[in-house]
Design a protein around this ligand. Structure first.
Ligand SMILES: [Zn+2]
Length: 247
């Protein structure tokens, strides 16, 4: 049994997915990895969380406008950091460390299951401080765990059952009614991740059985439209076509 199949690891993973915003759970998982022969992976999680503490004192922002009203900025889009202030310097050092660690653990991470390794189509695997680029897709990490994916619809739909876990109900089974309380949760798979965004490089609605599964929805926080799928309630989808909300 590898560290990643250990019941304690699965319990830690589950607790992170249940409360993704709680960094103490992520740090507990990092500690556990250090104690179970995965020090680089543990340090990667710690470094990524440490990175969130350093905010540029002179960042550049752009105003984001809501699609329907257009005249009231609803959010600020981060455009970049100055790269010169003390906070930026420390963050840059942490990014270098984060990239070194992710380079070391990328293969271990992709090896977690044959699902991830199927993204390695050719030879090219590269890691940035928070991304792994393979020929088959991009994996983006946030605070130490996979949070965003950019893959084909075929790959995502074939692997989602093992990557996406929801504590409240079993996913992916037609007979399950998401609105029904008390449906039995399936166990958290060892490859499950706190994924919140998925960019699909081709339209999943072209795939048989998925024609009607995606719908436009408005994010309450920003007023911006995104694609949602009831089978994966925690995920915002980018289908590369604009989600139009009918009034
Ligand atoms: Zn700065």
């Amino acid at each position: 049994m590898t560290a990643y199949e250990h019941p304690e690891w699965l319990a830690l993973l589950r607790s992170i997915i249940e409360v993704p915003e709680d960094d103490t759970r992520r740090l507990a998982a990092a500690d556990w990895l250090r104690e179970h022969d995965q020090p680089d992976h543990g340090e990667f999680i710690e470094t990524q969380i440490e990175l969130t503490k350093y905010r540029c004192t002179k960042p550049k922002y752009r105003e984001l406008y809501r699609h329907d009203t257009g005249d009231m900025p609803v959010d600020l889009v981060y455009e970049g950091y100055c790269g010169k202030c003390h906070q930026c310097n420390t963050a840059n050092e942490l990014r270098v460390r984060s990239r070194d660690l992710l380079t070391k653990v990328a293969l271990t991470f992709l090896d977690l299951s044959r699902d991830f390794t199927s993204l390695i189509v050719g030879q090219s695997i590269r890691a940035g401080h928070d991304e792994i680029w393979c020929d088959g897709g991009t994996l983006r990490f946030s605070r130490g765990f996979l949070s965003e994916l950019e893959v084909t619809s075929e790959w995502f739909l074939a692997n989602a059952e093992r990557l996406v876990w929801h504590s409240k109900y079993t996913l992916h089974r037609a007979e399950d009614d998401p609105s029904k309380p008390g449906s039995v949760p399936r166990p958290c798979p060892p490859t499950a991740q706190p994924i919140t965004k998925v960019k699909l490089t081709n339209d999943p609605r072209d795939i048989e059985g998925w024609e009607d599964e995606f719908r436009p929805a408005v994010r309450a926080e920003t007023g911006l439209a995104v694609w949602k799928c009831d089978r994966f309630p925690g995920i915002d989808f980018d289908l590369q076509t604009e989600p139009h909300i009918e009034d």
